[in-house]
Design a protein around this ligand. Structure first.
Ligand code: SF4
Length: 302
């Protein structure tokens, strides 16, 4: 049952991280308007089961008045509200509090902060300042810490014995596929027979982007809510009718590549690495389901 709507307020970000699975950057296009945010919230209420609204990006604090109004409206509608940020704005302890206090006063429920070496190398950094300001205000926080991927161990039992484990927490989709895969251990393609991270059959969360795409995983759309209302798209979603999610549910990226006869390598790092590259190869064949193009590293065309 769908409980969380993640609003990708903007694809723009202050950073251009190697591990970003949305290909965000300071130059990325696509930001929601206030009217569009209201539309997402109204539709989220109609769905009935949605409890949480998250504002994320890109970097949502880049559009602070918009973020503020979005949080306010969502709270007034009775949703629990979270924000995901890289906290670039926390340039001092005092400033961190200045940015957070108004959101705290609106009743913000959770602040999730990217706190890792991709974003910050020095000890005293804005993630730490944002976390301590949030704690001072009594805001609930969580940290997202992604490290450069590495081959962690060769453990395993039974038929998985010797399977390399990739540490660091990065997901191999988006820019990570183009920037972080070199030199990492790989597994045979025919063993990648599931989707390990998303509930494609009956999603408990979806991401809504500024172009209206409803993502079940980054770059897999179940429809466009600027054309068909979100509540209707969610109600009518059936995985069997979705040309990308259906094979992924049945037998992961192996089924996706077989179903559409996509040429592939002999080995991939993991399921997402294989899945993302098959999807990128299919993008012109399924432009409404594999969107937006910029999430696949191509020029934005919405
Ligand atoms: S296997 Fe594909 S659909 Fe599943 S989480 Fe990985 S990239 Fe997303």
């Amino acid at each position: 049952m769908l409980s969380d709507i993640h609003i990708l307020l903007t694809y723009q970000c202050t950073f251009e991280c190697d591990h970003c699975f949305l290909y965000s950057s300071p130059f990325a296009e696509g930001t929601m308007t206030l009217r569009q945010i209201r539309r997402v919230l109204d539709e989220s209420r109609k769905i009935g089961s949605v409890k949480w609204i998250y504002f994320e990006g890109g970097e949502p604090f880049l559009f602070y008045p918009l973020l503020f109004e979005g949080v306010k409206t969502a709270r007034n509608m009775g949703f629990q509200v979270g924000i995901v940020t890289n906290s670039y704005w926390a340039i001092s302890a005092e400033d961190a509090e200045l940015w957070l206090r108004p959101l705290h006063e609106l009743g913000l429920d959770e602040l999730s902060i990217s706190d890792d070496a991709f974003h910050y190398r020095e000890e005293d950094n804005s993630a730490k300042r944002a976390l301590s300001a949030a704690h001072k205000l009594g805001l609930q926080t969580s940290s997202i810490s992604i490290q450069k991927p590495f081959a962690e161990a060769l453990p395993g039992q039974g038929q998985d014995k010797g399977v390399p484990v990739i540490g660091g927490g990065a997901m191999f989709k988006g820019r990570a596929v183009d920037k972080l895969t070199a030199g990492l251990p790989r597994r045979p393609w025919y063993k990648l027979i599931e989707c390990p991270h998303e509930e494609l059959q009956s999603p408990s969360r979806v991401h809504v982007d500024p172009y209206g795409h409803i993502h079940t995983c980054q770059g897999i759309s179940i429809g466009n809510m600027w054309q068909t209302p979100l509540s209707m798209l969610v109600q009518e979603y059936k995985v069997q009718s979705h040309p990308i999610c259906d094979p992924l549910v049945k037998k992961g990226p192996v089924a996706l590549s077989k179903q559409y006869d996509v040429a592939h390598e002999k080995e991939y790092i993991d399921e997402c690495h294989f899945c993302y590259l098959v999807r990128r190869a299919l993008i012109d064949r399924f432009p409404t389901y594999l969107a937006p193009r910029q999430v696949y590293g191509y020029e934005a065309n919405k």
